[in-house]
Design a protein around this ligand. Structure first.
Ligand SMILES: [Zn+2]
Length: 327
């Protein structure tokens, strides 16, 4: 047996003198058809006293041949190129995507208003003319109706809500006073698609109704929101503005964070950016839901939600928020 091992070694060294390549050497001396492999497989059948000695010799030769072939081939032949992979490690997790910017901003706003005692409220997107217009001080003949191109579902009484103020009416009808709610939700209008307009867009409205609620409460609420949302340095201003469902109505602006009031393309040279509209809930709107305007008062506001998201994430086209294109 030991002679055989010696013979294999000699043959191998003889072969090394020739130009036989590493692959061929490996096949001849280390494969399952090789003489060396035959000896290795046969060790277990040898008498115990011979087994140890032969095993030592044959393994020494095997190691010698392996190392020489490795040197000749320039790479490690005893391990595959995948040997660095630990197959017991857990696999890579697939990414499940991320939240839409609208979701993130709505949650951030919800948290701010919750900390001020507001609840998040929702209502139907398919509405009646009564809840979208009539009860909000917008009777059929009202000229302000022409400001909103409403999408009709079936007959003119069933419509897609053109603003989320309909939810405020439903909340005032269904909830006890005092009431403080915010309403993140979609609204729909017959609009051409362009960079700043979409036929389905988001609004973020707020409503507070109770005793002794004044414009000062609206100003204070908006100021706290603006500082928490845009940063503690944020300055606000309130301008008189007309909305049919409030009296008096106002526009709520924040000082442009890009130019600090000097005027730049972002604020269209105004120095201020209009963030929301609001005002005191019109007495007619309170009466329409059975609330006595001599006892109760309320303020309402609507934040331009898409515009706010676009400003926060520096998105330059509203269509990117809704078209689902993944680039
Ligand atoms: Zn500016």
């Amino acid at each position: 047996m030991l002679d055989k091992i010696e013979k294999i070694k000699k043959n191998f060294e003889y072969d090394l003198q020739s130009d036989i390549n590493a692959t061929e050497l490996k096949r001849k001396y280390l494969s399952k058809n090789s003489e060396l492999y035959a000896i290795l497989s046969n060790i277990k059948n040898l008498p115990p006293e011979e087994r140890k000695h032969v095993g030592l010799q044959v393994n020494e030769l095997k190691d010698y041949i392996t190392s020489v072939i490795e040197q000749r081939s320039g790479h490690n032949i005893t391990k595959t190129s995948y040997s660095h992979i630990d197959v017991t490690l857990p696999g890579k997790r697939h990414k499940l995507g991320t939240y839409h910017p609208n979701t993130l901003i709505a949650r951030e706003m919800n948290n701010i208003f919750k900390s001020l005692g507001f609840s998040v409220y929702a209502g139907p997107e398919i509405e009646t003319d009564e809840y979208v217009f009539e009860k909000l001080n917008l009777p059929k003949h009202h000229p302000a109706r022409s400001l909103q191109d409403t999408l009709i579902i079936e007959d003119p009484e069933i419509i897609l809500r053109s603003h989320t103020s309909s939810v405020e009416i439903r909340a005032m009808e269904n909830e006890k006073l005092p009431l403080r709610i915010v309403v993140p939700g979609r609204a729909f209008r017959y609009e051409d698609l362009n960079q700043t307009n979409h036929f389905a867009f988001y609004q973020y409205e707020g409503l507070a109704v109770g005793k002794n609620i004044t414009m000062a409460d609206l100003k204070g609420t908006f100021e706290i929101f603006a500082k928490m949302f845009w940063g503690p340095e944020t300055q606000i201003r309130i301008r008189a503005k007309y909305y049919p469902q409030v009296e008096p109505g106002c526009g709520l602006d924040v000082l442009c964070g890009f130019c600090h009031g000097k005027g730049c393309p972002v604020c269209k040279r105004r120095g201020w950016i209009e963030i929301a509209g609001g005002g005191m809930v019109h007495p007619n709107a309170l009466r329409s839901v059975g609330i006595d305007p001599n006892i109760y008062s309320g303020f309402a506001f609507g934040i331009g939600f898409d515009r706010t998201v676009m400003q926060k994430y520096k998105i330059d086209d509203i269509r990117k928020l809704y078209d689902g294109t993944l680039y």
